[in-house]
Design a protein around this ligand. Structure first.
Ligand code: KG4
Ligand code: ZN
Length: 357
């Protein structure tokens, strides 16, 4: 089954051709980072215009690299939400155009579910229940996946997303946008125990995250210690290096703490890490370490699949198209799209677990 995936929810214009849900025939990504860098973050209006300029070339390239035509497709999977409305509409309308011209079924895909499916290309099918930490610039969610398509949101950020915290701290110390990659690089040269940043604790939901306090703690530290913003990123001061290492370590500790707590409650058989922040070297190593401790496999995809891409969207659309689903022409962007939230306590899966104990 050949599927065209289209992703335009934020600042990547992406298209991919996927065979049978797991074989990536092409995966084309045009990143707008260079455009948004000078504004210190993604500007929605500019993002949608750039998607419009690039979408045709990106989709064409995906067909050329995979050596297929629209008429060879079995279906089209398009990111429907959440995301930036103007950006989403570019991908949705372009995808609908191909569906109409080639007379193919199309489905809308939840972007977050796409990230969950980013493990489809390099690993065997996960064993369930699986625990998935999805960490990006816009989202920080911890899902218990009971079986394919059955999600329970067990933890989420109460304020900033993890990637947003990286981006804001980076801006504060003069390292620019996006913050994650540069902080990751500089953290390797600093002392992660140099500055002790406290971790927030959410009293009534111990699996939730909060990063705004950490951001304020960094701001306070910078002011109190008169740390100057970086002018030459190739030659930062030792103070900046320690700050990067200690901040990154605090984010990673907070994320891993929740995954560990959730694992103690739900006993997952697979750990999944996805989203742009899953590129972070310390987070990847720490999650692998936790998985080893728990004697379960860690599914941590290559960076090309953890950041926004269309192969993951095609993979999430595959089971829907296989079931014969097809969206109507009225399908549009849905910014508040949520993953189905099952009640674990009353779920038959939990009852089965109890009998087994
Ligand atoms: O998933 P993504 O490509 O786009 C969104 O859906 O947001 O994630 C982008 C985010 C940015 O906040 C960026 O700073 C962060 O991922 N990021 C990282 C790293 N690489 C990208 N954060 C920490 N460490 C990294 N190596
Ligand atoms: Zn994303």
């Amino acid at each position: 089954m050949l599927i065209l995936g289209i992703e335009t929810s934020c600042d990547e214009t992406a298209a991919a051709i996927l065979e049978n849900g797991t074989v990536v025939k092409s995966n084309v990504i045009y990143s707008q980072i260079a455009t948004h860098k000078r504004f210190g973050g993604v500007v929605p209006e500019i993002a949608s215009r750039e998607h419009l300029e690039k979408i045709q070339d990106v989709v064409n390239e995906a067909f050329v690299q995979a050596d297929v035509t629209p008429f060879d497709l079995d279906g089209i999977a398009i990111t429907q939400g959440p995301g930036l409305v103007g950006s989403l509409l570019v991908g949705i309308n372009f995808g609908k155009g191909i569906a109409f011209a080639a007379n193919k079924p199309f489905v809308g895909v939840n972007h977050i579910e796409g990230h969950v499916y980013s493990v489809a290309f390099e690993f065997p099918a996960p064993e369930y229940p699986a625990l998935a930490l999805i960490v990006s610039g816009g989202h920080t969610n911890l899902f218990l996946i009971l079986e394919p398509g059955k999600y329970k949101l067990v933890g989420r950020t109460r304020d900033d997303a993890a990637g947003e915290a990286f981006d804001k701290v980076s801006k504060l110390i003069g390292l620019g946008y996006p913050g994650g990659p540069v902080i990751d690089r500089l953290a390797k040269l600093g002392n992660k125990r140099g500055i002790i940043f406290p971790l927030a604790e959410i009293k009534d939901q111990r699996l939730d995250f909060s990063f705004s306090g950490l951001k304020t703690a960094v701001l306070r530290y910078v002011r109190e210690h008169h740390i100057e913003p970086v002018t030459d990123p190739q030659n930062p001061s030792p103070q900046i290096l320690d700050l990067c290492a200690s901040f990154q370590n605090a984010v990673v500790r907070a994320l891993i703490r929740s995954v560990r707590r959730a694992a103690e409650i739900y006993h997952p058989k697979t750990l999944i890490l996805a989203g742009g922040v899953a590129c972070n070297s310390e987070l990847r190593a720490s999650l692998q370490h936790l998985a080893d401790e728990l004697h379960v496999p860690a599914y941590i995809p290559s960076p090309i699949y953890t950041t926004d891409n269309a192969a993951m969207i095609a993979a999430a659309g595959y089971p829907k198209l296989l079931r014969g689903e097809c969206a109507g022409w009225e399908m549009s962007a849905d910014l508040s799209l949520r993953l189905q939230n099952v009640d674990v306590e009353s779920d038959t899966w939990k009852k089965k677990q109890r009998y087994r104990l």
